[in-house]
Design a protein around this ligand. Structure first.
Ligand code: NDP
Length: 329
């Protein structure tokens, strides 16, 4: 049975204003799908890349947006096992389309969620927390006593990284654009906050580490920070370039990695670290355990009504937000 839903969609790539509310007919869930009513929806910088059309190839338009959410199951498609009508679930990935009151979702992306966690907490932490989970445990693992550099440390991913790494006994050097964000990062476990819009961050990292450099740089800023980040690494350190909030990283001559100390470089995506169902579930369990233990927390959340998605995008792009950003249907 079809039902009418409201979705924020775009007909062409562009500025936040291309996001418009539309009333649509949603078909019954197909084979292998569950239909959900969203309770809270996470906004991620990846949605901004999708909206702008900067990925190659860009998302075909017209399209919905949004890669994560928390919802309650309203209908079950043929062949679906393990989920029941009325059950709450969360998801990361699948076809973009979370910015909607309801949607159909491949059940392969659905995760059962602990009852104790609020809708807001899960939506604030599931995508960004799973990103941190794979970055610090599986992509470039670190351990007690290590020192790392986390760019945009007061952002959504950044704050969770500070919390989790601090708990593990890793010293976090973070970069932020303002003194207020420096205070937020420090309150979440960042030992040294560098205001990279005012200070030369490689010089500060050298000073903090006594000239040694860090084991890993987790760099989601891209164009503005990539080259200088290589100068922050110790020999045989790892450069994790996992985002491009300031623009794409220019082409690189790989000889540079040798000259700067036999460095490792990776450009990971959460898609490849959660593609295998068993890994996806194990990562979620790891995250839920960290949340239950109070290691990872949704202390800093900004919420917008679903219809204000364009404003949410504008605020994130203008670097006005800290922590996680949610849309509430
Ligand atoms: P954030 O909340 O971190 O927002 C982005 C932050 O980047 C801003 O707050 C800002 O912090 C900083 N920034 C630096 N330069 C710019 C600029 N020119 N324009 C805008 N922001 C800038 O977003 P998310 O937590 O949603 O995502 C963080 C990053 O992680 C993104 O780059 C995203 O693409 C990436 N990501 C990658 C994944 C992957 O698997 N590869 C998965 C999930 C996220 P400040 O003001 O302090 O400089």
């Amino acid at each position: 049975m079809t039902q009418q839903i409201t979705a924020m969609r775009l007909a062409a790539h562009g500025a936040p204003e291309v996001l418009k509310a539309e009333t649509l007919d949603l078909a019954a869930p197909g084979p292998g799908e569950v239909q959900i009513e969203h309770l809270a929806i996470g906004v991620n910088f990846i949605d901004i890349y999708h909206r702008k059309g900067v990925f190659a190839p860009p998302l075909p338009v017209p399209t919905g947006l949004g890669m994560e959410g928390v919802g309650r199951v309203t209908a079950i498609g043929e062949g679906v096992e393990g989920f029941a009508v009325g059950q709450r679930l969360a998801y990361v990935g699948g076809p973009p389309g979370a910015y909607a009151t309801h949607r159909n979702l491949p059940v392969a992306r659905a995760l059962a969620v602990p009852e104790a966690l609020s809708d807001r907490d899960i939506a604030a932490l599931i995508f960004k927390g799973l990103t941190v989970e794979y970055l610090i445990h599986r992509c470039a693992p670190v351990t007690k006593g290590d020192t790392v550099l986390v760019h945009a440390a007061a952002g959504g991913v950044g704050l969770i990284a500070c919390q989790w790494l601090h708990h593990m006994g890793v010293t976090v050097i973070g970069t932020v654009s303002t003194a207020a964000k420096a205070a937020t990062a420090k309150a979440n476990g960042c030992a040294h906050a560098i205001i990279y819009t005012e200070e030369d961050f490689p010089a500060r990292v050298a000073e903090i580490t006594g000239g040694t450099g860090v084991k890993v740089v987790y760099d989601s800023v891209g164009a503005d920070t990539f080259a200088k980040s290589l100068d922050c690494l110790r020999p045989r350190g790892t450069m994790v370039s996992f985002g491009e909030a300031s623009g794409p990283v220019p082409p690189l001559a790989i000889g540079l990695l040798g000259g700067k100390g036999s460095l490792f470089l990776t450009r990971p995506s959460i898609a490849h670290y959660t593609a295998v169902r068993a890994e996806y579930e194990a990562a979620a369990q790891n995250l839920f355990a960290a949340i239950a233990a109070g290691v990872v927390r949704a202390d800093t959340i900004t919420t917008y009504a679903l219809g204000d998605a364009a404003k949410a995008h504008a605020d994130i792009e203008a670097r006005r937000t800290s922590g996680s950003v949610l849309l509430i249907p």
